[in-house]
Design a protein around this ligand. Structure first.
Ligand SMILES: [Fe+2]
Ligand SMILES: [Fe+2]
Length: 170
């Protein structure tokens, strides 16, 4: 399946994946990110809100707050991945092992983001940190999780949406 990391809404910004409003970097949640599963979508939204809280902390140059938020970002992501894997196990998702190892790789990447934020020797590093978090989020939500949406639809766990047609090769 050919997946793009670019959300379906208009975007501008350095990474091409987030919006700039005034001087503040923010990411905008789009319907395109919804899997249709209320728990998974709720958790994605929570992760998303932490990312925007980091954006605010960066804008206000609150370095300590930023570091704490990155730690909670990683904790929330870890819990989310575990929960998502449980949900997928319940419906016997055939590519669960692959998806779980994708999560493990992301968490390892997350540790690098945390270190990047910890160094905070210059403000541009915090901007990098933010960009990395956005990429991290999009990797799971846009690239990784789209892999199971059509399967959940096929199983009748989530409603069918025209933008995610059921794959014939589930
Ligand atoms: Fe996810
Ligand atoms: Fe995932």
């Amino acid at each position: 399946m050919n997946l793009s990391l670019t959300p379906s809404f208009p975007v501008r910004g350095r990474a091409g994946n987030f919006l700039l409003w005034g001087d503040t970097m923010r990411v905008a949640f789009s319907d395109a990110f919804l899997t249709g599963h209320p728990d998974i979508d709720g958790e994605h939204l929570e992760i998303f809100e932490i990312i925007n809280a980091v954006a605010d902390a960066i804008a206000e140059r609150e370095f300590e707050k930023c570091e704490n938020l990155v730690s909670s970002f990683l904790n929330v992501c870890r819990d989310h991945f575990r929960h998502e894997e449980e949900i997928l196990a319940e419906v016997n998702f055939p590519r669960l092992e692959e998806h779980a190892s994708f999560h493990a790789d992301l968490l390892e990447k997350g540790q690098n983001i945390r270190l990047l934020c910890k160094r905070q020797v210059d403000p541009s590093q915090l901007d990098n940190c933010f960009t990395e978090m956005v990429k991290f989020f999009l990797e799971d939500v846009v690239r990784g999780d789209l892999d199971f949406v059509s399967f959940l639809q096929h199983k009748g766990v989530v409603p069918i949406r025209p933008e995610y047609p059921v794959r014939p090769d589930i």
